[in-house]
Ligand binder design. Structure first.
Ligand SMILES: Cc1c2[nH]c(c1CCC(=O)O)Cc1[nH]c(c(CCC(=O)O)c1C)Cc1[nH]c(c(CCC(=O)O)c1C)Cc1[nH]c(c(C)c1CCC(=O)O)C2
Length: 358
C-alpha cells in the first residue's frame, strides 16, 4: 500500500477520542441513488451487482460524493451481502426490489453444508479497497465494512428483507442450535473478511448490525452481541503504525448502549431515536459516538436542516479531552434526498462544531 500521508485524519482522530478542531462528518450510503452521477455509472454497469463487483466502477462511485461535498471519510462501495454470496447462497438484486438469495439456509442440511468462504472469492472487494486507496491518494481515510453475524444471518435465513423476521426467529426459538452454528461461521467469516480489507488498506472498519434492534433483550445478547464480540476480538487493530478504529452500529440499539460500548470497539454508532447527550453520559469516555441525525431531516428544506444538525452537535456538547464525536445520519441517506441538502448539512457541521472543540 502506498505510504501517501493522510491530508485529513480528523475522522480517525475523533474515533480514537483524540483532539480535533471540528466534528468530522460522513454519511451512511453516501455513494448511492440520490446522486445522479451514481445512477449514470450504475446504468453503464448494467446492475448494482456488476457495479459492486467491478473495482473500476466501485472506485468511481466511492469518490463521487467526495467530489461534491467536503466529507471527512470515504466508505468502500460494496454491500454487506457479499459474504453470504461468497458462501454460495446466490445473491440477486431484482430491479425495484431488495436483495434476494436463491438458496436460503432454512434446515439442518443447509446449515451442515455452510462454511466460511475462501477469501479469494472476495478478491474483487479487496482489489477495490486497494484501488480506492490509490485514487484517494491520502485525501481522507477509507472505511471498510461488513454486516454483523446476526444481520447477515437474517438475510441468509429469510432469503430476503423481512418485515417481521418470522423465519429467522422461528429458527431462533425452535432450533437455536442451528442458528448458533450459522452465527459462529458468520463470525469467523466476517473477522477474516474485515482483516483482509484492513490488509488491503481500509483505515477504519464498521460493523452494521442493522437488525440487532428487532431482537428481545436476552436474544440480542445471545444471538447478536456475543457474535459481534467474537468478531471485534479477532480484528487487526494496528496497521502501518496506525490504529485501525472499529465502529459498531446497531440500528435500534439505544437500549443496549453500555453493553455495545463494552465490546471493545472504539466507537458506537447510534440511530436518531437516541439523545446523544444522554448516550454520552451512559457510555462515559469509553468510546466515541457516531451519529445521529434523522435521515428524513434532510427533507426539512433550507435553514431547517442546519437547525436540526445544530441540535445534534449541541446535544453532544463540548468535545473535551477523551471524548469523540463523528457526525453521521442515524441510518442510510434516502435515495430521494436532494443533494443540496447535504451541502447545507456538511457546511453546518464543519462551521458550528468548532465552538465545541476549544
Ligand atoms: C442492510 C444493509 C444492506 N447493505 C448494507 C446494509 C447495512 C446498512 C443499513 O442498515 O442500511 C450496507 C451498504 N450497502 C451499500 C453500502 C455502500 C457504502 C456507502 O456509501 O455507505 C453499504 C455500507 C451500497 C448499496 N446497497 C444497495 C444499494 C442500492 C442498490 C441500487 O443501486 O439499486 C446501495 C447503494 C442495495 C441493498 N443492500 C442491502 C439492501 C437491503 C439493499 C436494497 C435496499 C436499497 O435499495 O436501499 C443490504
Amino acid at each position: 500500500m502506498s505510504a501517501t500521508p493522510l491530508q485529513n485524519d480528523v475522522f480517525l482522530r475523533a474515533l480514537l477520542r483524540q483532539p480535533t478542531e471540528y466534528t468530522p462528518i460522513w454519511l451512511m450510503r453516501q455513494a448511492g441513488r440520490y446522486l445522479p452521477e451514481y445512477n449514470a455509472t450504475r446504468a453503464r454497469a448494467g446492475s448494482f451487482l456488476s457495479l459492486a463487483k467491478n473495482p473500476d466502477y466501485a472506485t468511481e462511485v466511492t469518490l463521487q460524493p467526495l467530489e461534491r461535498f467536503p466529507l471527512d471519510a470515504s466508505i468502500l462501495f460494496s454491500d454487506i451481502l457479499t459474504v453470504p454470496d461468497a458462501m454460495g447462497l446466490g445473491l440477486d438484486f431484482a430491479a425495484g426490489e431488495g436483495p434476494r438469495f436463491a438458496r436460503p439456509i432454512r434446515d439442518e442440511a443447509a446449515v451442515n453444508a455452510l462454511a466460511v468462504p475462501d477469501m479469494a472469492s472476495l478478491d474483487y472487494v479487496f482489489n477495490a479497497v486497494r484501488q480506492i486507496r490509490g485514487a484517494l491518494n491520502g485525501r481522507v481515510p477509507l472505511i471498510g465494512f461488513s454486516g454483523s453475524p446476526w444481520t447477515l444471518a437474517c438475510y441468509m435465513v429469510e432469503g430476503a428483507g423481512s418485515s417481521d423476521y418470522r423465519t429467522v426467529k422461528t429458527m431462533l426459538y425452535q432450533r437455536p442450535d442451528l442458528l448458533h452454528r450459522i452465527l459462529a461461521i458468520n463470525a469467523e467469516a466476517v473477522a477474516q473478511y474485515l482483516n483482509a480489507q484492513i490488509e488491503a488498506g481500509a483505515q477504519a472498519v464498521m460493523l452494521f448490525d442493522s437488525w440487532g434492534g428487532v431482537l428481545a433483550d436476552d436474544a440480542f445478547k445471545a444471538f447478536s452481541l456475543a457474535y459481534t464480540q467474537q468478531v471485534v476480538s479477532r480484528l487487526t487493530r494496528e496497521r502501518d503504525g496506525r490504529k485501525v478504529p472499529v465502529v459498531v452500529f446497531t440500528k435500534g440499539g439505544g437500549l443496549w448502549l453500555e453493553s455495545i460500548a463494552d465490546l471493545g470497539c472504539d466507537a458506537v454508532g447510534v440511530d436518531w431515536t437516541v439523545n446523544l447527550g444522554a448516550a454520552r453520559k451512559r457510555v462515559g469516555d469509553r468510546v466515541a459516538l457516531q451519529g445521529n441525525l434523522d435521515p428524513m431531516a434532510l427533507f426539512g428544506g433550507p435553514g431547517n436542516i442546519a437547525r436540526e444538525a445544530i441540535k445534534v452537535l449541541d446535544s453532544f456538547g463540548q468535545v473535551g479531552p477523551g471524548a469523540g464525536h463523528v457526525f453521521n445520519l442515524g441510518h442510510g441517506i434516502s435515495q430521494f434526498t436532494p443533494p443540496e441538502a447535504v451541502v447545507e448539512l456538511v457546511e453546518t457541521v464543519h462551521s458550528h462544531s468548532r465552538r465545541w472543540h476549544q
